[in-house]
Write a protein that binds this ligand. Structure first.
Ligand code: HEC
Ligand code: HEC
Ligand code: HEC
Length: 126
């Protein structure tokens, strides 16, 4: 069986790498480098920042698979705290500023996750 999500994620990763020579000078040069704005008072993400920056898409896919295929919704963060695996309920609760946060990177790098066809976008608040 084909896993559309994995194929798309792989394709996105490949494109990001393949296009690196084009967007790297662009973000370093004339086009503003994306500055995703953190609005939560919390100090930490569910994984270390560098890891989130690099592989939040894989984490999201593994959360989805765990919830949808195993019915397992509880995730342990690096401090051992239990976190509910939820895009809307967890990620977007700390990052409700989707446009300024998620989209500021995605738009700059021309990725457009299709999650919001089904998942509900947070009401924007800055
Ligand atoms: C620091 C920049 C940055 C931020 C902030 C960011 N993303 Fe991303 N995101 C990326 C990049 C770059 C890619 C695609 C390249 C790759 O796969 O390595 C991506 C890809 C994704 C994908 C996979 C897209 C696909 O079609 O396979 C999902 C899902 C995603 N992001 C969700 C989110 C969500 C939800 C947020 C906000 C809570 C967010 N991202 C915030 C940079 C960011
Ligand atoms: C408890 C609040 C909280 C939750 C839940 C949370 N984040 Fe974060 N996130 C943060 C904070 C705070 C930072 C900045 C951490 C730092 O500066 O060390 C961050 C950083 C990030 C970054 C890196 C941004 C950058 O500038 O490089 C990405 C991407 C990200 N989060 C995506 C997500 C996604 C996707 C989820 C759900 C899987 C999620 N976050 C869940 C609070 C949260
Ligand atoms: C065709 C509709 C659809 C699309 C598109 C979609 N999802 Fe989902 N997703 C669902 C459904 C239905 C569930 C199961 C809801 C539940 O059981 O809580 C789910 C559950 C999830 C969960 C775990 C439960 C939760 O509350 O978040 C995550 C994480 C998730 N999806 C991430 C994503 C990401 C990331 C994308 C985009 C790359 C995406 N989904 C695209 C329909 C979709």
């Amino acid at each position: 069986m084909y896993d559309g999500g994995k194929i798309l994620a792989g394709l996105a990763a490949f494109l990001a790498l393949a296009l690196f020579p084009f967007w790297e000078p662009a973000v370093g040069g004339r086009v503003a480098r994306p500055e995703p704005k953190i609005v939560t008072a919390e100090k930490r993400c569910v994984r270390p920042k560098a890891e989130m920056r690099q592989s939040h898409m894989e984490l999201l896919v593994s959360w989805r698979d765990s919830v949808v295929r195993q019915g397992q919704r509880s995730y342990r963060d690096p401090e051992g705290k239990a976190v509910t695996m939820s895009l809307e309920g967890t990620c977007m609760r700390c990052h409700p500023n989707k446009a300024e946060f998620c989209d500021s990177c995605h738009t700059a790098l021309v990725v457009a996750p299709t999650c919001w066809e089904c998942h509900i976008e947070p009401k924007e608040r800055a």
